[in-house]
Design a protein around this ligand. Structure first.
Ligand code: DC
Length: 221
């Protein structure tokens, strides 16, 4: 049996993982898997039911009803729950913190583990997240940990939003990034952490193209 190639890209929010992973996948002809979207979907389902995303027991109660389907439409990942395409809704600002909240619950992580492993088993993939190299795909052939300082990440997010016509306050963005970093690195289960065998990339002084070229240069297909 030919083994599929798995590339794991982990790192904190706003480091550019999804942009980089998407381009690398395109260049290599692989499928890009955005695992944050799965946590966001659980978070949004909870918010839509009026549930506090920090209320662990209530989140565990609704989990069996959260049916997640991933589909690729024209090569782009879409997430569906109960037949509804929630790909846009999960990008709303409130979904970010909700995803970070539910991601701290071990039952949620367990629930999403098989979804992620099944896709990786059946395809050549570039998967981005927080614990892909450490927990989800510890045997991935290639692992990268992409980071940047909180200030650089907040500045990039600020400019991205501005380009979309959304005027967000830089200090608020910086504060949210620091809060999510803290929550994601300090949770008991599968915290955000560089895998021992992952290559560290600090993108503070790198363009997206440079990061993409660096990653692709390491991958032998
Ligand atoms: O990558 P993102 O910003 O879409 O992720 C949103 C939140 O989901 C993030 O703050 C933590 C959680 N998450 C996680 O715990 N594990 C992952 N593999 C991906 C995301």
């Amino acid at each position: 049996m030919v083994q599929n190639i798995n590339i794991a890209i982990d790192g904190p929010s706003g480091a550019g993982k999804s942009t980089v992973a998407k381009i690398c996948a395109e260049k290599l002809g692989f499928i890009y898997v955005d695992t944050g979207a799965l946590y966001r979907t659980v978070g949004v389902c909870a918010l839509n039911k009026g549930i506090d995303t920090k209320d662990k027991n209530k989140i565990i109660d609704i989990l069996p009803d959260v049916k997640i389907d991933i589909k690729y439409i024209d090569g782009v990942q879409h997430v569906f729950t109960d037949g509804d395409d929630v790909s846009e809704e999960i990008r709303q600002p409130e979904a970010s913190m909700a995803a970070s909240d539910v991601g701290a619950i071990s039952e949620v992580r367990q629930y999403l583990l098989s979804v992620q492993r099944n896709i990786a088993k059946e395809n050549n993939i570039v998967m981005d997240g927080r614990d892909i190299g450490t927990t989800i795909l510890p045997n991935a052939q290639y692992k990268f940990f992409l980071t940047a300082s909180p200030e650089v990440r907040a500045d990039r997010r600020y400019k991205e939003q501005k380009e979309k016509g959304i005027d967000e306050d830089y200090d608020t963005l910086l504060e949210e990034i620091k809060q999510r970093d803290y929550q994601d690195t300090h949770r008991k289960i599968s915290p955000l952490k560089q895998a021992d065998d992952a290559i560290l990339i600090n993108s503070d002084n790198m363009t997206i193209e440079e990061v993409v070229n660096f990653i692709c240069s390491k991958v032998k297909v």
